[in-house]
Design a protein around this ligand. Structure first.
Ligand SMILES: *Cc1c(COP(=O)(O)O)cnc(C)c1O
Length: 454
């Protein structure tokens, strides 16, 4: 196999190594990095996963991409260190399961990606004695996962922007109580505004010598680790080696589902990817009509981490299907819509349906869901109504992307009780918060960045 390189979805930047793509984040032409080839996993290797633990599977999947750039023993240490928490697969009914990706230090699925990316970056920086300034915009969970993943690392500083009114107090506290190398700024605006400010900073010639890097879901270092849990779920649940699974992914910026698409291309037996979104339904509309229109501004829904009117990773999906979409969402080459429709379905779930699903899942199955996972579970129910065959014997895995205790207000309102806090979320109340407030104004933000250069 030739060495894997990484090209930009906008096609105007030189190809780089994994290291280059990881440390840059976004390509200079504002595109997203994609691997020049997706390595196929050996069938026997995959069969062995059934007997293995999560870090073993993570090692095998990531090694396939990183073998030329990260020594095997080093990668082994990094995955063991990153994945030291359980990944429960909760049986619900028939062969329907909920994969709880909420047992990491910030109780969000974003821990899977952020912890690995942090460790990989640190691995390269340490070797080179360099420093990086990570800028990231969050709609809630990314920020705490990034802050946690990089907290205390010598060669990395982190600045997190969040939309003041769109994150819960607990989400905020998970970012603002850390301190040290983690700086947090509340923006008087929406998530898309925060993301736009970060993107602008990356393209700003005046900031080129500030060693800026991104840790948003656009970083390839976050994307690859998100392929791992699809393999893991399948290996634990598939009845036989060629059994295909259908995954339901509650989606916002589409990093999670791109992880699943990469896993599929590596040879994972997948029947269908069901992409469940909230009322920000630009993708289901695109899939149906072939016409893409972002939603500006994005709609505020209960599943706040999915309030995205233009998913950045859509450019990667379009690329995977032979098309081209730029960072603004303009399509210059239409992807193969027929194949896309064959491989995936996308459904929009309203807030009302989300609430009803949280209530029903609890009542019917004692299945405790928070709003994002509820969009996923509702997406599965809607999907089942559209398929002709009897789904009883088929394998379905719905991803639950956050712990219900991260959304106590909604759970209390709908189910009249308080979800128990996982250990990772205990003790936050007593800690002191540190963060700045800033208007939605790029000039101010830039001044801040220039001023805080070391
Ligand atoms: C970020 C997030 C999502 C959406 O994931 P994408 O990769 O952006 O599609 C879903 N649920 C939760 C809880 C999240 O934090």
């Amino acid at each position: 196999m030739d060495k894997i390189t990484y090209y930009s979805t906008n096609g105007q930047s030189p190809e780089v190594s994994f290291r280059g793509a990881l440390l840059k984040g976004q390509a200079p032409d504002y595109g997203l990095y994609m691997p020049s080839q997706i390595p196929a996993l050996d069938k026997n290797l995959m069969a062995g996963f059934a007997e293995q633990d999560y870090p073993d599977v993570a090692y095998a999947v990531l090694h396939a991409f990183l073998q030329d750039e990260v020594p095997a023993e080093r990668l082994r240490e990094l995955v063991d260190d990153a994945y030291d928490y359980p990944v429960p697969l909760e049986h619900v009914t028939d062969r329907k399961y909920v994969m709880r990706l909420d047992q990491g230090p910030t109780a969000s699925f974003k821990d899977f990606a952020a912890r690995m990316m942090g460790r990989l970056m640190n691995h390269f920086l340490e070797k080179e004695n360099r420093e990086l300034y990570i800028l990231t915009a969050t709609s809630g969970d990314t920020g705490s996962a990034i802050a946690n993943a990089f907290y205390g690392l010598d060669n990395i500083r982190v600045l997190i922007l969040f939309p003041e009114r769109e994150v819960t107090p607990r989400q905020r506290k998970q970012m603002t109580t850390l301190g040290k190398n983690v700086e947090v700024v509340a923006i008087d605006g929406k998530f898309d505004d925060c993301q736009a400010m970060v993107k602008k900073a990356f393209g700003d010639p005046d900031l080129q010598d500030h060693n800026l890097s991104s840790a948003n879901s656009i970083n390839i270092g976050r994307l690859l680790p998100q392929a791992v849990y699809y393999f893991y779920a399948w290996s634990q649940l598939a009845a036989k080696q060629d059994e295909k699974a259908t995954f339901v992914v509650p989606s916002g910026n589409f990093g999670d589902m791109m992880g699943g698409m990469i896993a599929w291309h590596m040879g994972l037996p997948v029947e269908k990817m069901v992409i469940a979104v909230n009322e920000n339904d630009e993708f289901p509309v695109f899939l149906e009509t072939g016409r893409y229109e972002k939603i500006v501004p994005s709609k505020n829904c209960l599943s706040s981490a999915m309030n995205v009117g233009h998913p950045s990773n859509l450019a990667r999906l379009v690329d995977l299907y032979g098309g081209r979409m730029d960072e603004k969402g303009a399509i210059s080459k239409q992807p193969d819509m027929a194949s896309m429709r064959k491989h995936m379905t996308s459904l929009s779930v309203s807030d009302e349906e989300t609430r009803a699903t949280i209530a029903e899942a609890w009542k019917q199955y004692q299945l405790l869901l928070e709003p994002h996972g509820a969009v996923g579970w509702a997406g599965l129910q809607k999907y089942l109504e559209t398929i002709p065959e009897d789904p009883t014997d088929k394998l379905f895995v719905v991803l639950e992307t956050a712990h219900p205790a991260k959304f106590p207000e909604q759970i209390r309102e709908i189910l009249q009780f308080d979800p128990e806090l996982p250990p990772a979320l205990q003790g936050l109340e007593e800690q002191e918060e540190h963060y700045l407030h800033m208007a939605h104004d790029y000039a101010l933000f830039k001044k801040h960045l220039m001023g805080s250069k070391k």
